[in-house]
Design a protein around this ligand. Structure first.
Ligand code: DGY
Length: 328
């Protein structure tokens, strides 16, 4: 009989997932609220064949070299910018993520943030709680319309398309998008989506939602020059990764009302938030909760566990990121 494989569960996980993994593997479990520091992660991965991680554990080439027994990294996230995928592939370490199960939930949050931002809900709630609601007046907390306006989507993958559906079918919005590759004509037709250059998208969108993956290429792809193309009445929503936006440039644009408002669920260097953003009234801030509903988080955790189990027991995992390793 094969020796029981050893894994590290590097973040808190649902009890059912932990039970499932413990029934098959020798599990070292980090049950802390905070992520393991890099040196602790390295130490606890020694002799471990698998790692169950989330977006807070960085898997670098150096870490892989220091943990030669590691064969599978299963992240409970769709994003994988915290993992050096090329380095994993070069070392024949299989990487899996959790796409699809969070698409609709994350699109819900994106749309909620858009609504809250356009309709100044964060500002209104703060004002009310602070006792600042004195009377009604014609322009009191008057924001921007959502229905019938142009919804711009930068990054038209699964989540971008789910947001487009909400905008088109729920709010009668006109859908425009920019993406590395253009959608199939039938998908464009279904969504009523117009493909635009990035510049045209920036200048035509009433509400611009960022849903593109984070990479060296998309780092600060919304900076001063891009913000300058946007309408002064436009809102910017980021549910992708903080590093996509130059937050200093965004804070300056918001402070000078060069765009109307922003809704941000992700931040560069989170959980730290750019202190200037915290002082601005026209920004709605949420703490990276795009996929945070109980059913979706359970589904993500379950899929991450299934990926790890399959990969370590010789089956094909449901959602591998570097499947070429399996066929090689
Ligand atoms: C994801 O799944 O990538 C979410 O951003 C949570 O990390």
């Amino acid at each position: 009989m094969d020796a029981v494989k050893k894994i590290l569960v590097a973040r808190r996980a649902p009890a059912a997932v932990l039970d499932k993994l413990s029934a098959r593997f020798d599990v070292d479990y980090h049950d802390g609220v905070m992520p393991l520091a890099a040196d602790e992660l390295r130490a606890r991965l020694q002799g471990r064949a698998g790692a169950y991680i989330t977006g807070t554990e960085r898997i670098s080439a150096e870490l892989l070299d220091a943990c030669p027994d590691l064969r599978v990294v299963s992240t409970m996230s769709v994003g994988y910018n915290h993992i050096d995928l090329a380095a994993c592939t070069a070392r024949r370490v299989l990487v899996t993520n959790t796409p699809d199960v969070l698409t609709e939930t994350t699109a819900d949050l994106g749309f909620a943030l858009l609504m809250a931002t356009a309709r100044r809900m964060g500002e209104g709630e703060r004002l009310l709680r602070d006792g600042g609601w004195k009377s009604w007046s014609w322009d009191f907390l008057a924001g921007q319309d959502v229905h019938g306006t142009t919804l711009g989507i930068l990054g038209m993958g699964r989540i971008g398309q789910a947001i487009a559906r909400r905008g088109r079918f729920g709010f009668g919005m006109k859908i425009a998008y920019h993406n590395r590759s253009r959608l199939a004509p039938e998908t464009e037709a279904e969504l009523g989506a117009r493909y635009l250059s990035k510049e045209a998208l920036l200048s035509q969108a009433d509400h611009l939602v960022l849903v593109l993956p984070y990479s060296a290429e998309s780092h600060h792809c919304i900076a001063a020059a891009e913000l300058a193309l946007m309408k002064p009445t436009a809102t910017l929503i980021n549910i992708a990764r903080g590093g996509i936006v130059d937050e200093d440039a965004l804070a300056a644009a918001l402070r000078e009302n060069r765009i109307a408002a922003a809704g941000l669920d992700v931040f560069e260097g989170e959980p730290r938030v750019n202190p200037v953003l915290l002082t601005l009234p026209n920004v709605v801030l949420t703490p990276h909760i795009g996929s945070a509903t109980m059913p979706t988080r359970l589904a993500m955790a379950g899929l991450a566990a299934d990926n790890l189990i399959a990969a370590l027991t010789g089956d094909v995992p449901p959602t591998p990121l570097n499947p070429e390793i399996l066929s090689a």
